[in-house]
Design a protein around this ligand. Sequence first.
Ligand code: SF4
Length: 281
Amino acid sequence: MPDIEDAGVCLDRQQQFRFGRGLSVTDFTASEWCQQQVAFNLSAKLPKEVTETEAMAAGKKQHAELEAETAVEVEVETESREDMWALRLLATITALRQLQSEGLTREVFCFGLLQGCWVRGIIDQIELDAESRAIVVEHKTRFNPSLPSHAQKRTAKLQVLLYCALFGSLAASARQHLPAMLQQLRLDGCAPLGAGVAAQAPILAASHYVRYLWQGDGSELGQEHVHLDGFAVQQALRRHLLFWSGNKPPEMVPITEDWKCRQCLFAAKCPTGQGLARRPS
Ligand code: SF4
C-alpha cells in the first residue's frame, strides 16, 4: 500500500454510488485515460467552463452537424422520467429501422448489463456491410490535422469495444434485461419497447473503426480499425469496475504517458503529476 500522502485521492462513498446507478461508456474512457484524474475531477466538481476546452466545444458542434446529415431533430415535451426514457428507447428503435432501410444511422442510444454494472452510451454511427452485419463507427474530431497518440487511440478502441458489447447484448438480451433495467431506473415497465429493440437489431460485424476528422475543414484524417476482442473488453471492464466500485484505489498514468500529466488540471495536487510534470519534456 502507498503512504497516504502518496496516494492521491480515492472515490468517496457518494462517488462510488455512481457505480450502483450505472456508468456511461465515457466514464470508462475517462478512467482508461487516468483513474486518478477521474477521482480528482469528481472531488473537485469543477464547472464546465473550466473543464470544457475550445477543441471539445468544436468537436460537439461537428458531431451535431454529422447527426443532422441523417436525422431531423423534433422537439418533444416530456413530463416525467418515464417519458424521457421511453423517448430514448423510441429513438433507438427509429435509428435501428433507419439502419435497416438506409444502411446507416447515427447517435444510437444503447444500454446493457456488463459484468453486473448497468452501462449506457450513444454510438456515433452504425453502418451495414455487404452481408448486412453492423459496423460500429466512432467519430473523433481533431484540433490539429494529425492522427492522435497511441494512448488516445487505445482509449478510442476501448470505446468502440464497449459499444460493440452493448450493441451485442442489446440484440441478444433486450427482452431478458429490460424489466431489470426498468426496475433499477425506478420506471413503470414498458415491455413492448424492449421486444421492438430486440427484433430490430442486426448482428455485429467482426471489424469496426474510429474515424478521425479535422475540426478545421471536416476532412477525414484517417481510420483506425478495431477488431472485436471479447477478452480485451472483459479485462478492461474488470479493471475499471474495481476502481469505480471503490474496491481498488485509482491507478495513475504510467511513466511512458507522463505527457498526460503536463496538461492535467490536477498535476499540482497529484503525487504522480508533481513528479512527472517536473521532468524535462
Ligand atoms: S497528474 Fe497525471 S497521474 Fe495525476 S491525475 Fe493528472 S494525469 Fe493522472
